[in-house]
Design a protein around this ligand. Sequence first.
Ligand SMILES: [Zn+2]
Length: 419
Amino acid sequence: MSLPVERELRPGCRFCGSPLRHTFVDLGTQPLCQRHVKPEELSQMEPFYPLVAYVCEDCFLVQLEAIVPPDELFRDDYAYFSSYSDSWLAHAQRYCDAMIPRLGLGSGGRVVELASNDGYLLQYFLKQGLEVLGIEPSANVAAEAERRGVPSLVRFFGRETARFVRDRVGHADLLVGNNVLAHVPDLNDFVAGTKILLAERGVLTMEFPHLMRLVEENQFDTIYHEHYSYLSFGTVERIFARHGLTLFDVEELPTHGGSLRIYGRHAESLHEPVRGRVAALREREQAAGMQRLEYYQRFGERVAATKRKLLRFLSDARDAGKRVVGYGAPGKGNTLLNYCGIRTDFLDFTVDRSPHKQGNYLPGTRIPILAPERIREVRPDYVLILPWNLRDEIARQMDDVRGWGGRFVVPIPEVRVLD
Ligand SMILES: [Zn+2]
C-alpha cells in the first residue's frame, strides 16, 4: 500500500530519522500558546499552525513536526517567568540543597543550567558560593536573571554553544536542564552539546514530563507547539546512549503532572554506578506497552471524549445561570481552550498572578487575563483551574472562594468539581 504524498514529504523522526506515519493525537490548528494578545493587537490576525503529535514506529518518540521556527516561538516577549510559581521555587531550592552534598560540590564547582529562565534555580547555587552560568535563549527573562546576579548567556544550546562555553568558561561539574529537553527542535545536537560541556567526572540532570503519565492521566493539554518531544524513559535512554552518555539514576517527581529527573554521566566514566531504579522504570514502561504502537494509537479517542465532557459541564453550568471564570494563563490552558473552542461564551475571564500577563488576552480564544483580585469582586460559582498541576497551591491561595459558595473545577484528567 502506498502512502499519501504529504506523508512521504513529512520529515522523519527528530531522533532516529524514520518516517512519521502514525498519529498520536490531532488537536486541530492552534495559535502559539505563549503569545498573549495585547489590547492594541485585538483587531489583528493571529497565525494558527496544525497541532498534531506523531509517534515514531521505531524509537516511539512522540513528537510534533518542527513547523514553527524556534526564533518565532521563543521571541523576546516570551511570557513565562519561572519565579511566579511558589511551588516551583521551592522545588528548585530543594534540588540545590540535595545536589550539593550528593555530588560533593565545593567552592569553585561550576553549575551550568540550560534554559535557565529568570535565574529561579541558579540563584540558590550562587548563594552557596558556587560558580554559575545560565544559558537562556529569551533575552528578557535572561535580563531578569542578570538582575539577580546570575550571569546569563543569551543563546540556544547545542554543539556550537557547548564548545563556546567550554573554551571560554570551562566544563560544567553539574549540568542542569529542567523542562528544556522537550522544547529542543534538534534533539541530537542538544544532547551532543551536553557531552561536550560536561566535565570528565561531571553529572548532568534533566527533568521533563513523563510520557507515561501524560497518557495515563490524559494530559493532552501539555501538548503545544513549543513542546516538540514527549518523552518516555526508554527513548531518552537511547538518545543519551547514542551520544556517549549513560543514565545512572532516575527519580519520579510530581512536578508538571509527573516528571522524570534523569542523572547522566559520560559512558566511559564509571564514578557513578547505575542504580536499580533505571532497570525498574525501563521494565515498567515495557510492561505498560510503551514499545508497541497500539499503546499510542488509543489516545486520540480518549482526548475527544474528554472534550465532550468538559463542554457538557460548561453548557449545563451556563444554562443554569452560573458564572464561570478561569484561573491561570499557562500554555496548557490555551491548548485546552482552543481545542475545545471555549471562549468568553463559557469563561468570562481568567486571572494570573504575573503582571506580565495581566491586561492581555489569551491567544486564539481572546479571553481577557485579569488580576486574581477580580475573582473576589465577581464571586463566580465556578473557578476552572487551568494549571491543574498547581491546583492545591491555587485552592489554598484562593480559599475564600469557598466562603461565598464558589467551587473549583479541574479539566484534566477529566472535568471534576473539587470538594
Ligand atoms: Zn524515531
